[in-house]
Write a protein that binds this ligand. Structure first.
Ligand code: AMP
Length: 611
């Protein structure tokens, strides 16, 4: 292991590194910095966020640019505003002793004129999101024709987010002989194509294995019924009193719903998704960073670029549509040398996805049980006891002691302890004493038999009264269904389009949602009717023949296997969530959410204001 000195960095940078408290280079720094310092080369680096990659490209760039010139020499492209600001901030810190250095951030959602003014003052380095950068180039507010170093940070994310065209356009305004350094957590084909197109003979470095999560993260999954997801989430949070987590949901709607439920149930939670204004998102992120929010519920897109170092847990409330995204989710924890846990709550129909993820991350998941009520009570009790044990005495209390002592004159220590703890324990105990076991047993076939998971027993086949005549082919219909139902790429399958009607499958788990959605649903002026098809297995010819027999209205009225709509709607379990009657973290008193300095017993609530 070398030191920063041995890597060849100059005194200004070494000085800043000492201030930052970095004692030794991280793996990506050790590998990238010497290459970038010693040669004018292109570089492809496979590294996750949290591995210190900003410094890996930042130090060499700062070392190589000429701070005495006002020309823009370095351009760093990053996928999100959040990340862009973070990188800018880090670069400023790294370069704080480089006199004359000016690093400017360019991103959407903020005044373009202000940003243009800053650039005009002379920015040697610009850190930008692709959309705004392209905009500024087309308005001639920036000149990147003389840059010598360009960085594509989180290249896979930028491509995922549809920035390919923008990147191509931006790079076409840069000189051919510049060096390009590409950093990516994964190397899908699109990234390899970009590398090929824009780079000349790049050197390659890999930190850890390709596509592998960092070693500091352990992976666990919990098998529950889909309707128990939310209860499972609560228990996982309760069983980890000091949790500081990001909970990932698949859609904006679910994200909002889960966050609202958590808040209603007394947790310090917040939602982060694209339907919120930039200002709202900034506020949520600020609260999360300050740890006023303990659980951030987020969509994948909104969570991109979250760079908070001490996230203890990532909870996959639902698995992502693209399993590759799991790597990005789990990479939010276990950062900067800390350990983290990535938990997945799965239902039986998706448990086989765990196997595919294991293949991608090259690590094994541990199957664990959702803790039962008594375990949670014990954990919470001991956590409270430890907190009390470690609490510094506030001597402001002294003046009240006489009155308190009088009150407890006849209470011995044992009794006092019991009473004291019961204040909190009883509320938790009451909530959990009759709680059910949420765990579902898993047959080996559930996890292994993977491929045909979308076959018979786990999926529902539907009839829908639109077809080729309505302009659909299978792809269009699949896209339409995915979009309106907010389902993932693989979640609508076996789509078969006939002349005036079609069939498709979803996992059983989505059945309620599908049927509820298509109650009274109109598309382009006509009612779209969806029902469960009699042939549940799906895809067979029998189905088609029946569909082709023409008497659709009969089937629509009675020919499905799940009764009428109102029955079906009522069969969900969404309303069965017991309200959190109170626990160690808070009671139903909502006003406590924001400041939560006291509870009914008058003591401070460490849970709300983690230190
Ligand atoms: P990054 O991967 O660039 O987002 O960095 C993740 C975090 O690690 C940031 O907070 C950095 O300030 C920090 N960091 C970067 N390099 C080092 C290092 N050599 N030692 C300790 N912390 C570091």
């Amino acid at each position: 292991m070398s030191t920063f000195q041995e890597l060849g960095l100059n005194d200004d940078l070494l000085h800043a590194i000492t201030d930052l408290g970095f004692t030794k280079p991280s793996e990506v720094q050790e590998k990238a910095i010497p290459i970038l310092l010693e040669s004018e080369t292109d570089l492809v680096a496979l590294a996750q966020t949290g591995t210190g990659k900003t410094a890996a490209f930042g130090f060499p760039m700062l070392e190589k640019i000429d701070v005495n010139s006002r020309t823009t020499q370095g351009l760093i492209l990053s996928p999100t505003r959040e990340l862009c600001l973070q990188i800018t901030n880090e670069m400023k810190q790294y370069g704080k002793y480089c006199k004359g250095l000016n690093v400017v951030a360019i991103y959407g959602g903020s005044s373009i004129t202000d940003q243009a003014r800053e650039v005009k003052r002379g920015a040697q380095i610009i850190v930008a999101t692709p959309g705004r950068m392209k905009d500024m180039i087309s308005r001639r507010l920036v000149d990147i024709s003389k840059i010598q170093y360009s960085v594509l940070d989180e290249a896979d994310e930028m491509l995922n987010m549809g920035f390919k065209e923008d990147i191509t356009d931006i790079l076409s305004h840069t000189p051919d002989d510049k060096n390009t350094w590409l950093f990516s957590a994964t190397m899908p084909r699109e990234v390899a194509t970009i590398a090929k197109k824009f780079m000349y003979n790049p050197q390659e470095i890999t930190v850890g294995n390709k596509n592998e999560s960092t070693n500091t993260v352990s992976h666990e999954y919990y098998l529950v019924n889909a309707r128990d997801r939310y209860q499972a989430l609560k228990r996982l949070s309760d069983a980890n009193p000091d949790i500081f987590s990001v909970v990932f949901c698949r859609t904006k709607r679910d994200t909002q719903k889960v966050a609202e439920q958590l808040i209603e149930d007394g947790y310090s939670a917040g939602a982060l998704h694209g339907d919120l204004s930039q200002n709202q998102r900034d506020l949520v992120m600020k609260s999360f960073r300050n740890k006023q929010i303990q659980t951030l519920v987020a969509t994948d897109v909104a969570a991109r670029g979250i760079d908070v170092d001490d996230i203890t847990h990532v909870i996959n409330y639902q698995l992502p549509d693209e399993i590759e995204t799991y790597t990005h989710r789990s990479g939010r924890t276990g950062r900067a040398g800390k350990t983290g846990v990535s938990m997945v709550i799965v239902s039986k129909s998706e448990v086989r996805k765990i196997k595919s993820i294991e293949r991608i991350i090259k690590k094994q998941f541990e199957k664990k049980d959702i803790p039962d009520g008594s375990e949670i009570c014990e954990v919470q009790l001991m956590s409270l006891a430890n907190k009390i044990h470690n609490t510094e005495i506030n001597h402001e209390i002294d003046k009240h002691l006489a009155n308190i002592n009088t009150l407890f004159e006849d209470t011995d220590k044992d009794e006092l302890i019991k009473k004291f703890f019961s204040v909190e324990f009883t509320r938790f105990y009451n909530y959990y004493q009759k709680s059910k076991n949420l765990n579902v047993s898993e047959s080996s076939s559930d996890r292994e038999s993977g491929r045909d998971y979308k076959g018979s027993s786990n999926s529902t086949r539907y009839f829908i009264n639109v077809g080729r005549k309505d302009g659909y082919d299978w792809m269009k219909l699949k896209d339409f269904l995915k979009e309106v139902l907010e389902l993932g790429r693989d979640d609508v399958f076996k789509v078969e389009v006939k002349d005036s009607f079609s069939f498709f499958n979803t996992e059983n788990e989505s059945k309620e949602k599908v049927l509820a959605f298509f109650t009274d649903f109109k598309h382009e002026g006509r009612f779209v009717n969806v029902e469960v098809s009699e042939n549940r297995g799906g895809g067979g010819r029998r189905d088609d023949r029946r569909g082709g027999s023409g008497n659709r209205s009969d089937r629509r009225r009675g020919g499905n296997d799940s009764g009428n709509r109102s029955d079906r709607r009522g069969s969900g379990d969404a309303s069965s969530k017991p309200r959190r009657s109170g626990d160690f973290k808070s009671s139903s008193d909502r006003s406590r959410r924001s400041d939560s300095k006291s509870n009914s017993s008058g003591f401070s609530r460490p849970r709300r204001s983690r230190r």
